[in-house]
Design a protein around this ligand. Structure first.
Ligand code: S3P
Length: 190
C-alpha cells in the first residue's frame, strides 16, 4: 500500500479540483460580484481582488474618471492588463468588472487559470441594486434601465460561457456564497 500521508507523493490529494484555481466571478453590474466575492474569500480563507479597484489603483483614477478622461477603450485595455496580472497570482477570489468576460482573450485566460462563475440576476434585481451607487459610467444616462436591459440581453451569450452559473437572489448574501460553494464542488477541469 502506498503511504497516502506522504507529502512527497506527486499525486497527493489536496482538496477538490477548484482548490488549485482562482475563482473568478463574472456577470453584470449589480450582480453582487464584489460583496459576495469578499464573503466567499473570507469563507475559503483566500485573498480577495476586485479588478475595478486594481485598475483604479494602477491608474490613480476612479473608473468614472478613466472613462471620462481617457474613454472606454482605454479602460478596457487597462482592465485586460490588470486581469492578466491578477490571473497569475496564487488561487484567490476575483470579482471582475461587468465587461471583462466579453473579451475573448480574457475569457480564454480565465478558462486556463480560473474557475469562472456567472453570478446571474434578473433585471429588476440588478436595477434595484445599481441605483444604490452612481459611479457606473455606462449607466449615467437618461434611459439607464433600458440600457441595462439591453446589456442583459447582449451579454448573456458571453456570461453563459462561464464554467458555473449561480443565481444571485435577493436575501442574505451568504445564501449566494453557499450556492457558489455547492456549485464549485461539482467543477472539474475540462
Ligand atoms: C462595467 C462594469 C463595472 C466597471 C465599468 C464597466 C461594465 O464594474 O468595470 O463601469 O462594462 O459592465 P461592476 O460590474 O463591478 O459594476
Amino acid at each position: 500500500m502506498p503511504d497516502e500521508s506522504d507529502p512527497s507523493r506527486p499525486d497527493t490529494v489536496t482538496g477538490p479540483p477548484f482548490a488549485a484555481r482562482t475563482i473568478a466571478l463574472v456577470g453584470l453590474m449589480g450582480a453582487g460580484k464584489s460583496t459576495v466575492g469578499r464573503r466567499l474569500a473570507e469563507k475559503l480563507g483566500r485573498a480577495f481582488y476586485d479588478s475595478d479597484a486594481e485598475i483604479e489603483k494602477a491608474a490613480g483614477l476612479s473608473v468614472s474618471d478613466i472613462f471620462a478622461l481617457h474613454g472606454e477603450a482605454d479602460f478596457r485595455r487597462g482592465e485586460k492588463q490588470v486581469l492578466k496580472r491578477l490571473l497569475e497570482l496564487p488561487p484567490h477570489v476575483l470579482a471582475t468588472g461587468g465587461g471583462a468576460f466579453l473579451d475573448a482573450e480574457t475569457r480564454a485566460l480565465m478558462k486556463e487559470k480560473a474557475v469562472s462563475v456567472w453570478l446571474n440576476a434578473d433585471l429588476e434585481t440588478l436595477w434595484r441594486r445599481v441605483q444604490k451607487r452612481d459611479d457606473r459610467p455606462l449607466l449615467k444616462r437618461a434611459d439607464a434601465k433600458a440600457h441595462l436591459s439591453n446589456l442583459v440581453t447582449a451579454r448573456e451569450p458571453f456570461y453563459s460561457q462561464a464554467d458555473l452559473h449561480v443565481q444571485s437572489k435577493d436575501g442574505p448574501h451568504n445564501n449566494t456564497v453557499t450556492a457558489i460553494l455547492k456549485a464549485l464542488q461539482t467543477w472539474t477541469p475540462a
